[in-house]
Write a protein that binds this ligand. Structure first.
Ligand code: ZN
Length: 120
């Protein structure tokens, strides 16, 4: 895909932050860094990057969040802060085989949604 200057700014921010941000977060952070970009432009670039499969998009009750990874991965949500961390979880082969036997499906990929609190 064509990487305009603005599209690159949005992508670079996601790569640097390595977290899941809303269009508003991205707009505010870019502008506080002195980068001149409008809210609509941020939104349009995020949608374009997402439909090209370059970034991920999570639909949360509080709104849409964007992340820098587009490969399948798992998420750990902090129940205190709501922050979402990317995780790579590899299930034991034995468990995947059990799920396949149970469902009659050949599992090709999976993502886990985990949530919890930091241990004191
Ligand atoms: Zn993610």
């Amino acid at each position: 895909m064509r990487l305009s200057r603005q599209r690159r700014m949005v992508l670079e921010l996601l790569w640097t932050e390595k977290s899941h941000l809303s269009a508003r977060d991205i707009f505010e952070q870019l502008n506080s860094q002195g980068r001149n970009i409008g809210h609509t432009s941020v939104y349009q670039n995020l949608e374009a990057l997402q439909s090209a499969g370059v970034i991920e998009c999570l639909d949360k009750a509080s709104g849409r969040l964007y992340g820098y990874r587009s490969d399948p991965h798992s998420h750990l949500t902090c129940l205190e802060s709501g922050a979402i961390h990317d995780l790579d979880v590899v299930l034991p082969n034995e468990l995947v085989s059990q799920i396949e036997a149970l469902t009659g499906f050949e599992i090709e990929s999976y993502t886990l949604q985990l949530s919890g609190r930091r241990r004191a």
